[in-house]
Structure formats: C-alpha cells, structure tokens
Design a protein around this ligand. Structure first.
Ligand SMILES: C[S@@+](CC[C@H](N)C(=O)[O-])C[C@H]1O[C@@H](n2cnc3c(N)ncnc32)[C@H](O)[C@@H]1O
Length: 402
C-alpha cells in the first residue's frame, strides 16, 4: 500500500471510454446526445464533489452537465430516480436547477448528502477542527495500543489485518462519539470513502482477498487527507452553485414508484438505471454497510436488473422479467415528467441468463407501452465489464407521446 494521497486515486467511469458514436432519430436531439458523449470523453471526471467517494458505474459529470444545460432552464426541477453517488443532483445544482434525487441504497443517500452539501465557510472551519480532533484521538489510541473492538461479525472482521482493524475500530469509535448527528454523518462518509483501502479486499472494484502491508497510523492519515479533500471540494461546490439555488431534495425509495408525491413533475428526468444482469450494487459496498450500521434489506429485494438474479436461468423468462422491471421504472419516470419535458436515460445493453439484450431495441419496445416516444438515441461501444464481447451504451431521449 502506498502513501499516495487519496486525491490522486482517479476512477474512470464507464462512460469515459471512447468509441464510435452512432446516432438515430430526430437530428437535433440525437446531436445533443452525441455532444453529451463527446463531453464525457473530453472533460475531467472528478470536478466539484464528484470523485469524493467510489460508486460503481457513476455517470460522467460532463455528460450530465450538457443535458441539463440544454434541456432545462434555471430553477427547473431535475429528477434522478437512480441517483447512486449523486452526479446528476450535483450538476443540477451547479447549473442553478432544483435537484431531486433518489436511490434504494441507503449508502447512496448518505454519499449524496455529503456530495450535495452547500456548506458555509464558518462551518467548514469548525468541521476541519473536528476532523483533526477525531484523528488525534484515533492516533492516541494507536500509540497507547488500546484495544477497541470493532462492531463487526467475526466473518466481516476477517477482512482486516489485526492492528488495522484495531485502528479502524478506534477511529470509528471516535466518530460515533461526536455529539452533532450531522457532523457525525459527514465523518462517517469520510470513513466510508477510505475503509476499503484498508481491508484485505483488493480494491473497490475487485472483491478478491489479498495480502496488504499497512503501517500503523496510515488509516487515520488517509482519513484526515480525505476529509481535507472533501472540505476543499465543498468550497468548490459552494462557489460553483449560483446564489438562491435550492438545496437538493434526496429520498430513499424505489424508482418504480412516485418519489416526491403524486403531483411532482420534473422538466427533466435524467438517470442511469442499472444495466440488466451487469452489476450487483448491493454487493459492491459490502465492506461498508456493517461499519455504518446500514440496513440494505430493501435493496436486497428491490434492486432492479441485479446480476445476482439475472446471471442464470431461462433466457426467455429472464428477458421478460427484465422488461417488466425496466418498464415499471420507465412508466414511473413518465408519470414524474412534465408534459413538454424530457426523459434521458443512459442505459447499457443487458446480459441476462446468457443472452445479450440490446437496450435501444428494448426501449423502442417499452416506450409505446408507457405512452412515450423514443425521440432520439446515440450509442457507443464499450468494453464489457464482465470480460465478454463489447457492449453498447445508449443515451435515449424520450418524450410524452401525443
Ligand atoms: C448506474 S447506478 C447510478 C449511478 C449514478 N448515476 C452515479 O453517477 O453515481 C444505478 C443505481 O440504481 C440503484 N437502484 C437499483 N434498483 C433501484 C430501484 N428499484 N430504485 C431505486 N434505485 C435503484 C442502485 O442502487 C444504483 O445506485
């Protein structure tokens, strides 16, 4: 393990890998989708609060910024019902729009809370002092060789080396002792952002157990650096967001249902739903939930397209089930979009029960059932995350039919 600061840990989202872009449908709309893909290639992915915490398959901020900028006006409501780590709400705020975001993963909500925070300078200074205080107490535990027990199952504790586990437990204990619940939640997200590096899991994206040599004190040092990085990112976000922009509204909920009340309508629903049979969002953050005490049972049952449910089985039945889950999500998106507004989805081809599902064909099939028109598409070839043949990722623009 190197002592490099976490800030240099660049993660490349899937939508940042180039390839020929194919366009279909309305020329103006498909040109916009094309431009959004191009922005994802040419703009940096880790501006504002974007690179603060790992999130699988996060959207490229440049892509989101282009679509929000062209399809909405300042003050308009922008909804992302599968918001993950919060790329869309952050970009919506930076453009002076009213951001609404939801996810079924409680960790996603916590990350979004940290990433969309419009903090003031005085509070940031106080928070920095608190961060240093928590770190000093953690270092004191390390020096005194205190044995603080981690509140983890034996099986989970086996993902850490002995002294690293004790140090993380001490750090976690100090965070838990912070009186203010909001400050505590922010510190927990900083802990969450670094903890996987100090487990025996190879990395955030590779789940094998490996040997790691981690010197005493390094977890606390990384925690402080990550916290300082977040404070800098908050400063950047604060100055990027136009005055009087409302705070982002965040909900824990299922994207197949209305999330912000029956009457809520967004001018733009911009989202990247899971790709059929491709990721397991619940499994991805497995190291983090026990430290944070998060209940992921709703995600266990309600995560759409999850690889754990779609990897095997009868192909025809699996494709039908995937159509059903995605169709329900599309219907809900339509119900939450204002007439004259737009839905834009970034969706990759699915891989369900051994069968490749072309996401553009799938949306062409589902749109009329949801009383929507698939107005334009842009598609780009991507390397397959599971090591198979390349798949396409599609930007799909839809509007109310009629
Ligand atoms: C492609 S990721 C979104 C990434 C996000 N755009 C970002 O930039 O971080 C898909 C998200 O869908 C969420 N999800 C899966 N099933 C869901 C459901 N039924 N309702 C709401 N969210 C769901 C997952 O937890 C995951 O965060």
């Amino acid at each position: 393990m190197s002592d490099k600061p976490p800030m240099s840990d660049k993660r490349r989202p899937l939508s940042n890998v180039g390839g020929k872009i194919e366009r279909q449908g309305d020329p103006e709309a498909s040109a916009l989708l094309h431009a959004a893909f191009v922005d994802a290639e040419r703009l940096p992915p880790d501006t504002l609060t974007h690179g603060f915490h790992s999130y699988p398959a996060r959207l490229h901020p440049g892509l989101a910024a282009r679509l929000i900028g062209q399809l909405t006006a300042p003050g308009d409501a922008v909804l992302d019902p599968f918001a993950g780590g919060g790329t869309v709400p952050v970009e919506a705020m930076a453009a002076g729009r009213h951001a609404f975001a939801a996810d079924l993963n409680p960790l996603a909500l916590r990350i979004m809370e940290a990433r969309t925070l419009l903090s003031v300078r005085g509070w940031r200074r106080q928070f920095d002092a608190l961060l240093q205080e928590v770190a000093s107490s953690s270092e004191a535990h390390v020096r005194a060789r205190d044995t603080i027990r981690a509140k983890l199952s034996r099986e989970e504790a086996a993902w850490y080396g002995g002294h690293t586990l004790r140090e993380l437990a001490g750090l976690r204990h100090e965070i838990g002792a912070v009186a203010d619940p909001f400050d505590r939640r922010m510190l927990e997200m900083i802990f969450s952002a670094v903890v996987v590096k100090f487990s025996l899991q190879r990395s955030d994206t590779a789940e094998q157990k490996v040997e790691k040599r981690i010197r005493k004190g390094l977890p606390t040092e990384f925690f402080v650096r990550k916290g300082e990085e977040l404070i800098e990112r908050w400063t950047e976000l604060r100055s990027a967001v136009p005055p009087n922009t409302p705070a982002a509204e965040l909900r824990l909920g299922d994207a197949r249902k209305p999330l912000f009340g029956q009457r809520f309508r967004a001018v733009l629903v911009l989202s990247s739903p899971p790709y059929g049979g491709t990721y397991d969002y619940k499994a991805h953050h497995a190291r983090r939930y026990p430290w944070l005490g998060l209940d992921t049972s709703a995600l266990e049952d309600g995560e759409i397209g999850a690889r754990r449910r779609f990897a095997t089985g009868d192909a025809r039945a699996a494709v039908e089930a995937w159509d059903q889950e995605l169709g329900e999500s599309l219907w809900a998106a339509k119900e939450q979009t204002a007439r004259g507004g737009h839905i834009v989805w970034l969706l990759g081809d699915g891989q369900v029960a051994g069968r490749r599902v072309d996401a553009r064909e799938q949306l062409a099939r589902l749109a009329p059932r949801c009383k929507l028109n698939l107005v334009a598409t842009a598609s780009q070839l991507r390397p397959d995350v599971q090591g198979g043949n390349p798949r396409r990722e599609h930007l799909l623009l839809l509007r109310h039919a009629g």
